[in-house]
Design a protein around this ligand. Structure first.
Ligand code: ADP
Length: 747
């Protein structure tokens, strides 16, 4: 066959593919996503072109049967759509399994070829499909066409949806370019199956589309399609407007000077002259374009105004959150964007931490983000003081070694542009800007403006940071001071307790000892003068016994405390009734109550309280001591009450019985309510107390309540005192609350 026009065109197309292949490999370092598939795509297209050329010459290939050769474009179209699908998915950085799709495609192609070519005559010539008869070759074509439509549509729709969902204008621009390339490619593939066209239009369209796809795949800084279109539209409208104005003016001029005879020729001349005016010396052009720019591009911000306004507003702010509010507010309004955030940057150990400053509007803050100091992003921010787009982070190979966690954390901020704020080459903050409301990208002019704003923010931010640190330090100092004061108070209390102990111990022990020695001397004297009768010797030994018992009690009390201290108090638990415990405790004090003319009222409801699991002896010790204290600190003629109730702690949903020992005594100063449970703690002057078990204000060693608390806590319970104050005239009284958990197994 002769080398006709379409043959020459095919040859040229093949040549372009040959040139394209090394280019794709040369740019390998730029982006590898989609590159492998794209290179294979181009190689396949080259092979198809060569095959088409060979079909035209006297080669063995030209002997292929015409009907088979006629089906080749369909097979090719199918394979091309699969390439398109795979390249698109990798271009969109979607996670998918390419090999699965290759297998599916190979399977479909195999079946398609099997049916169409009827290899080995496996497939019947006609198949009944309901009432219709389906021819074998038609069935094969139908299958492959359907699969072709599926792969192409999937590629197109996925790109469209991804573009729709993306908030970053630079990414959206990239997707638009891909969509245009994709549409051309799909159109080209369709045209290439129309073999009746005398010129290979389809192949030419495919070539153009493939170049376009390659361009979007390999170029990082792509032209802004939206902006170009808008600019061209604005320019076109302004030129047309100018032409209209000039034409009107010229026609008016003609009609005045040529007696209203405007011919068609005159009109055309007028338009021509107007066009020359409009394009060359057009005073209106600039103005019209500015107005139109404002209308169409909505870029009405005035950089100088923003800068001066900004500098004025932030210069005097020292409060960090106020600064954040003004900085972000001015930028959001000035650039008409959705949101802006001010981040503080601090380097802690091996990481650079970005923490958003809470503005006074109190909107939700993103969590602090931590980036390793070795990460390329940390490096970039430290040394490059220029704004960085999320788009660059997503695509530039320089940032590829960032960890998945870092990338996800940054993406979650929905920030489009990061503007570093540095002072003396030290990064102190980041200004994060969201997308513009116009959905446009940030243009070069705006980036320069933002760099200037960041420079101006730096000093204010550093001042606010220092001030914030100062505030923190002074708050820390205040807390330390408070702690010191309270430690001092504790120390002097401990000191008092220590000297009280020495006084009390000597006082408490000396009294019974003196009694013993005294009785002993009397007995000795009486014996030497033979005055010792059986009656007074019984009296003396009774006195010695009482004093010795008192000594034993004091020693036992001290022993109990030391056992509580080392946690070696042993409890023998058994179910007991509260009433029994109280009765057991009261028995010892019957005489004392009578002597001191005190009324003891035990609530009858105590018998309805559930039984508790407790060491009966120890519990009696507790209540006995509380009743003893009530007797000691209530004046003659007063009252002592013992009552109880069920108690539920809603916080941990635990059940207790609460027993209260109350009196109409001198009461306790609210400030002392906790201290009385401490070891050796006694109110007032130690030496003023009179030692005695039940005397009014009679002193003990100051260990009783400590032991009570120890025993009750060992039972899993709580004890506390309640009183409105200490008053020896009005006798406000005190209440001691005891909580003991109810063991649910015991009824
Ligand atoms: P002691 O073992 O010497 O009896 P406690 O530990 O029982 O000492 O009590 C410590 C201090 O608590 C007592 O010195 C007293 O000042 C105060 N106190 C205890 N119970 C009462 C009460 N019912 N009314 C007023 N003050 C009380």
């Amino acid at each position: 066959m002769q080398l006709d026009l379409s043959g020459i065109l095919l040859g040229l197309i093949g040549l372009v593919y040959i040139l394209l292949i090394p280019l794709t490999f040369r740019t390998r370092h730029a982006k590898n996503q989609g590159l492998g598939f794209y290179a294979a795509f181009v190689i396949f297209l080259l092979a198809v072109t060569i095959f088409q050329l060979l079909l035209r010459f006297n080669t063995p290939l030209s002997l292929i049967r015409a009907d088979i050769a006629a089906r080749f474009p369909l097979y090719t179209a199918f394979i091309l759509s699969v390439f398109l699908f795979q390249t698109t998915f990798t271009f969109l950085q979607k996670k998918f399994l390419p090999w699965v799709w290759w297998l599916v495609a190979a399977f479909i192609l195999g079946i398609g070829i099997l049916i169409s070519e009827n290899i080995n005559g496996l497939v019947p010539e006609q198949v009944m499909l309901g009432a219709n008869i389906l021819r074998r070759d038609l069935a094969g074509s139908l299958l492959l066409t359907a699969a072709w439509v599926f792969f192409s549509t999937a590629a197109f729709l996925t790109t469209l949806v991804t573009r729709q969902r993306s908030v970053h204008p630079l990414h959206r621009n990239r997707y638009i370019l891909w969509l245009v390339g994709l549409s051309f490619c799909i159109l080209g593939i369709y045209l290439s199956t129309e073999i009746f066209l005398s010129v290979p239009v389809g192949e030419i369209v495919i070539l153009l589309a493939v170049v376009m796809l390659g361009y979007s795949l390999f170029t990082h800084n792509l032209p802004d399609i939206k902006h170009i279109l808008k600019n061209s539209l604005s320019l076109l409208i302004s030129i047309l407007l100018s032409i209209l104005v000039y034409t009107a003016f010229l026609i008016f001029f003609q009609s005045v000077f040529y007696h209203f005879e405007t011919t068609l020729q005159g009109f055309i001349q007028a338009v021509f002259i107007a066009a020359v005016f409009a394009l060359l010396i057009n005073p209106l052009l600039g103005k019209a374009q500015k107005v139109l720019n404002n209308l169409i591009l909505k870029s009405n911000q005035d950089a100088e105004y923003i800068i001066s306004d900004y500098t004025k507003s932030i210069s005097n702010i020292i409060d960090l959150s106020r600064l954040a509010e003004v900085v972000t507010g001015t930028i959001v309004r000035g650039l008409n964007i959705h949101q802006a955030r001010l981040f503080l940057v601090s380097e802690i150990d091996e990481s650079m931490v970005l923490s958003a400053v809470e503005s006074q509007t109190g909107d939700a803050l993103p969590a602090a983000i931590s980036i390793s100091t070795n990460s390329p992003l940390a490096d970039y921010w430290r040394y490059e003081h220029r704004p960085l787009a999320q788009y660059d982070l997503d695509l530039l190979p320089y940032f590829r070694s960032m960890t998945e966690a870092e990338s996800t954390a940054l993406k979650s901020l929905s920030i489009d542009l990061y503007v570093p704020i540095s002072i003396q080459n030290r990064l102190i903050g980041i200004l994060g800007l969201g997308a513009k409301k116009s959905r446009d990208r940030y243009f070069v002019k705006e980036l320069a403006l933002l760099e200037t704003l960041a420079e101006q923010t730096a000093i204010s931010l550093e001042n606010a940071r220092l001030y914030e640190n100062l505030k923190l330090r002074s708050a820390e100092n205040e807390t330390l001071n408070r702690e010191l004061t309270s430690a001092n108070r504790d120390l002097s209390r401990l000191d008092k307790a220590k000297s009280d102990f020495l006084n009390i111990a000597s006082h408490e022990l000396r009294t019974p000892l003196t009694q013993i020695i005294g009785y002993n001397d009397i007995v000795e004297n009486m014996a030497s003068t033979n005055e010792l009768t059986p009656a007074n010797s019984r009296q003396m030994t009774e006195g010695v016994r009482k004093a010795a018992l008192r000594l034993e009690e004091i020693v036992n009390t001290m022993f109990d405390v030391s056992r509580l201290d080392i946690g070696s108090l042993e409890l023998s638990m058994a179910p007991v009734s509260v009433l029994m415990l109280v009765n057991g405790a009261v028995a010892k004090w019957k005489d004392a109550l009578e002597n001191r003319k005190l009324t003891l009222i035990i609530s009858p409801e105590l018998k309805d309280l559930p039984r508790i699991n407790a060491d009966g002896k120890r519990m009696i010790q507790v209540f006995s001591h509380l009743i003893q204290n009530a007797i000691k600190f209530t004046p003659d003629g007063g009252q002592v009450w013992v009552y109880g109730q069920n108690f539920i702690d809603h916080q941990d949903d635990k059940k207790f019985v609460e027993i209260i020992v109350a009196d109409s005594g001198i009461g306790i100063d609210p400030e002392e309510l906790e201290y009385i449970f401490e070891k050796f703690y006694r109110l007032g002057d130690v030496m003023l107390h009179s030692t005695g078990e039940t005397k009014f204000k009679g002193a003990g060693p100051g260990l009783g309540l400590t032991i009570c608390r120890g025993i009750i806590e060992a039972h899993g319970g709580r004890v506390w005192a309640e009183s409105s104050g200490y008053d020896e005239e009005w006798f406000p009284g005190s209440k001691f609350h005891v909580l003991i958990p109810i063991n649910l197994e015991i009824k």
